[in-house]
Ligand binder design. Structure first.
Ligand code: ADP
Ligand code: MG
Length: 658
């Protein structure tokens, strides 16, 4: 026995509205052959649309069975039903349900996004439009078309997938009689070419176009009449061996699908430019400030590190006396005095030590002409210049000979220059240091203040001159040691300690000398940067949170606003995941573009800060990558709920939404 195309067996459907139940369908049985043109008549509220929705797989019965070509389709999964709608059904609704943002050619080819087929289907869409006589208007938007023309576009859309069945719910309900006639002519023509058509109408003269008229009242069929001369159309579009499961299996993931969503998300964002911009403003500001602040932070860190390096991060300072500052434990005379022999011994500690230099510190009374000034006096060995970054930028450093022969040459700091010479050039001038004549050979590079101490208020002379001629002593104040690698600082410390103890035969608990390094400063620095990045991180988190809530808000509005669009998309075959993805792509698109503009703004701000305020800035790639990644994550996170909300909508209810 041949199976009917569609078959309903004792179908019931009721709606729950608060306390009361509306029984829209109360036991409907019906079968439709391929090639029939069926009109469903009845007064308003008689259950016509409910019946059509079930036939079109937009809704499922509470009770009873629905079979297409003998296959029970109510047991199919939601996504399988969606794919089936896409491939076997074409829908025409009273309200046309065209998407206003798109041109009509895009409207017509829309079902193909969900078909899983490759291609742009523009030609196919134009061909369907020419069937309804609108191919000339393909680049117009629905708003530029009359009602009758819009409905013709909807018919073209229903045809794009060559469906087995066309479902039309009051297709002429919003049209005048002239346009109604035209629409009916088109539908009749489609029937003649082999389409099965099921149409709901309450107008007898519209129903008269059909070959079979089913009349409903209060949820049951009260009449089912075939015209005597009614013919099945002769040319079925598809064979009876049509495989429902293959059609309903659903198209899998397709790159074409995704790029379709991208294009549509882009359209949707552009359709509400101002609104989209305002809603990503939070993200934009957040990302921009994070980028700028991170650039500042990085810049400050880099500057500090540069300075540290110039001070020597792998520098040790060996000095006589206890590490404890003038504590009671310091016994009288328990101070190790260092000599040039010690400097040499330490300098030869290969491969730990790169360089060592002896220094003497004292106070100097400096006189030039009638001006005099007290400054700190440094007696420096030859290596001191490079090791302590003291090589003059103006003038020159001492030669080794000068240091050997206790030459009376001096290099003075900029503060001393200012106090003694004002604007005059000090080079070559003779000054008195502690009443001894010195020749100025250079100006030490400016270092600024370290704490309260002015590092530019110095006079540097050869260490030998300082010891034997100016200060009158035969020992060094201390030794600076440059370790080959900063990772070997601790090792160097203990080796040098060992060496000195051995030479001096000191006990292991002796504290007549101490060795300091820069790690303490480094520790401080890294904890500062840590605090800073924590601060920046929380600012970023807060602004992305605020921005994300903004996005979520606008996406929720968007979902509500586009409920009917979602219904339409589901009707033409969009699966849950498709709707979900479409809205997610949209929210992520917004946050990413917000993030992108934010990154540019942030870089701009930091450039302005560095050019006009002279601040050290350093935009790191990492901050850009992080900011972009986080804005994308924000889009996903805050878009998820609205997207789910959209995806969960039932097609029928979404289509009915006002
Ligand atoms: P028709 O299309 O013949 O005018 P419907 O099938 O739309 O009738 O509706 C039949 C009955 O079911 C009506 O009383 C209607 O109010 C009710 N109904 C239809 N859809 C819903 C729904 N989603 N929720 C509640 N009631 C509904
Ligand atoms: Mg109706």
């Amino acid at each position: 026995m041949k199976k009917p195309l569609l078959e309903l067996v004792d179908v019931h459907r009721s709606y729950q509205i608060g306390e009361s139940t509306v029984n829209a369908l109360r036991g409907v049985s019906l079968s439709v052959e391929q090639g029939e043109f069926v009109a469903i008549m009845g007064s308003s509220g008689s259950g016509k649309s409910s019946l059509l929705h079930i036939l079109g797989l937009l809704d499922n019965p509470d009770k009873g069975e629905y079979r297409i070509l003998g296959n029970n389709v109510n047991t199919l999964l939601e996504d399988e039903q969606a794919s089936l709608r896409n491939s076997v059904a074409g829908f025409v609704f009273q309200q046309f349900h065209l998407l206003k943002r798109m041109t009509i050619v895009d409207n017509v080819r829309l079902p193909h996004i969900y078909s899983g087929k490759r291609g742009d289907f523009r030609q196919e869409a134009i061909q369907r439009l020419s069937l309804v006589g609108l191919d000339k208007r393909m680049d117009h938007t629905p708003n530029q078309l009359s009602g009758g023309e819009q409905q013709r576009v909807a018919i073209a859309r229903a045809l794009i997938r060559d469906p087995l069945i066309i479902f039309a719910d009051e297709p002429t309900g919003n049209l005048d009689s002239k346009n109604s006639g035209e629409i009916m002519k088109i539908l009749k023509g489609l029937h003649d070419e082999g389409k099965t058509i099921i149409m709901v109408t309450h107008e007898p003269d519209i129903a008269a176009w059909a070959g079979r008229v089913i009349t409903m009242r209060d949820g049951v069929i009260i009449a089912d009449e075939r015209k005597a001369k009614a013919e099945l159309s002769k040319a079925p579009t598809r064979g009876r061996d049509f495989d429902i499961h293959a059609a309903g299996a659903g198209a899998g993931w397709q790159s074409g699908r995704f790029s379709g969503f991208m294009a549509q998300a882009f359209q949707a964002i552009l359709a509400n430019k101002m609104r989209s911009f305002l809603s990503v403003l939070g993200i934009l500001v957040g990302v921009a400030s994070v980028i700028a602040m991170m650039a500042l932070g990085e810049g400050a860190k880099a500057a500090m590190q540069e300075e540290l390096k110039s001070m020597g991060s792998n520098m040790l300072s060996v000095r006589g006396g206890s590490a404890k500052i003038r504590g009671a434990t310091q016994g009288a005379g328990a101070v190790t005095r260092f000599t040039f022999r010690d400097v040499e011994d330490i300098a030869h500690l290969n491969p730990l030590v790169r360089n060592a230099v002896g220094v003497v510190n004292g106070a100097g009374r400096v006189v030039y002409g009638n001006k005099n000034w007290s400054s700190s006096l440094i007696g420096a060995g030859y290596e001191y210049g490079t090791m302590r970054a003291a090589l003059p930028s103006v003038g020159r450093w001492f030669t080794p000979e000068e240091i050997q022969t206790r030459e009376k040459s001096a290099i003075i700091g900029v503060t001393v220059v200012k106090e003694l010479f004002g604007n005059k050039n000090p080079l070559g001038k003779t000054i008195k240091i502690n009443r001894i004549n010195f020749k100025v050979i250079g100006i030490a590079p400016a270092k600024g203040f370290s704490g309260p101490q002015d590092d530019d208020d110095v006079v540097i002379i050869p260490v030998t001159t300082a010891m034997y001629r100016v200060l009158g002593r035969d020992y060094l104040s201390g030794i600076f040691v440059e370790v080959t690698e900063s990772s070997k600082i601790d090792q160097a410390k203990s080796v040098i300690t060992e060496l000195i103890r051995k030479k001096r035969r000191l006990k292991s608990d002796d504290d007549s000398f101490n060795i300091r390094d820069m790690t303490e400063i480094q520790k401080m620095l890294s904890s500062t940067t840590q605090t800073m990045s924590l601060l920046l991180g929380s600012i970023a988190a807060i602004s992305l949170l605020v921005g994300g809530i903004g996005i979520m808000n606008i996406m929720l509005v968007s979902v509500t606003e586009r409920t009917r669009e979602i219904g339409l998309r589901k009707a033409i075959g969009a699966r849950k995941s498709d709707i979900m993805l479409q809205f997610l792509v949209e929210s992520v698109g917004m946050t990413i573009s917000g993030g992108f503009i934010g990154v540019l703004t942030g870089i701009g701000i930091s450039m302005i800060l560095s050019i006009f305020a002279g601040w050290a800035v350093k935009t790191s790639l990492l901050s850009v990558v992080l900011a972009t990644a986080f804005s994308a994550l924000t889009g996903i996170f805050f878009g998820l709920w609205p997207a789910r909300k959209a995806a969960e909508l039932k097609p029928v209810e979404a289509l009915r939404y006002e």
